[in-house]
Ligand binder design. Structure first.
Ligand code: HPA
Length: 289
């Protein structure tokens, strides 16, 4: 079996052969947020099924295609749909698309997801800028032989690498400034990742709150780990599609239960805000000097 770098390079070469330009910014669109890709100008659309070695999503709400094109002059590559550990994919496949985005030329990555809200002051439908994460999936995507050829920035792709500013304070500040300009509420939050696919129990959510988590979800952390390994700057945005298990909404008598349909419906409702924010923000996110 060829190594992951060889496979990811083959995938990147195959994409570049069909794209007019190299993307400088990658976007991973989570559940309910995939329609953002419809706003990309002059799109080149490539099905994951037509990219060598690329994994295919099995989840409703994940289209499974890469959309390359322009947003206000920035050439982007947007993933409509991702794969998750809970689908049974090995971690190397979960992070394969992120490796490919780096090899395509992306120096900035926007990761988005649907998440459950743990902090009661974050209402359903909120957009949250991820400030940090807690990885409770029991695995790490950078484990295994270190591959220095994945470096896209100087001094990256080291065996051990810093995660203290994994979610770029610079990009987060730009996101907050743009959200304020557009009157879109945006708060910071710590994202905790589990494997899923079961939603959490109320006892788990109480434990996660004690650990310092504001949001819970089943994606993102491994993509961010490999992006940081490669030296890519990351902005993480969560859409709070539901309150986490056992969290009682303000004014409600009962804690809520969670359904995947709710995740999709809330995504569609917040889509206009999400699109307006990202469309204005992306042209400002040129790589740090
Ligand atoms: N838990 C885990 N993942 C999620 C949730 C949740 O409540 N909502 C959306 N993704």
């Amino acid at each position: 079996m060829p190594d992951q770098f060889t496979l990811a390079s083959a995938a990147a070469d195959s994409i570049l052969a069909r794209a007019p330009l190299s993307p400088t910014l990658g976007i991973i669109l989570g559940s309910g947020l995939g329609n953002f890709a419809d706003h990309i100008e002059d799109p080149t659309i490539i099905l994951y099924a037509n990219i060598p070695h690329f994994p295919r999503s099995t989840v409703a709400g994940h289209a499974g295609q890469l959309v390359l094109g322009s947003i206000g002059g920035t050439f982007v590559a947007a993933m409509q749909g991702r794969v998750h550990l809970y689908e049974g994919y090995p971690i190397d496949l979960v992070t394969f698309p992120t490796r490919v985005l780096g090899l395509l030329g992306c120096r900035t990555l926007i990761v988005t997801n649907a998440a459950g809200g743990i902090r009661p002051t974050i209402p359903q439908g909120s957009l949250v800028a991820i400030s940090d994460h807690i990885n409770l999936t029991g695995t790490n995507a950078a484990a295994g032989p270190n591959e220095p050829r994945f470096a896209v920035a100087p001094d990256s792709a080291q065996r051990f690498f810093d995660m203290s500013s994994a979610y770029s304070p610079r990009l987060r500040a730009l996101a907050h400034a743009e959200a304020a300009k557009q009157n879109i509420p945006l708060t910071d939050g710590v994202y905790l990742a589990v494997v899923g696919p079961s939603f959490e129990t109320p006892a788990e959510i109480r434990a996660f709150r004690t650990l310092g988590a504001d949001l819970v979800g089943m994606s993102t952390v491994h993509e961010v780990i490999v992006a940081r390994h490669m030296g890519i700057e990351v902005l993480g945005l969560s859409l709070v599609t539901n309150l986490a298990a056992g969290v009682t909404p303000p004014g409600a008598a009962q804690p809520n239960t969670i359904h995947h349909e709710e995740v999709m419906t809330i995504g569609r409702r917040v889509e206009a805000q999400f699109t307006a924010l990202l469309t204005a923000l992306i042209p400002q996110l040129t790589p740090a000097p």
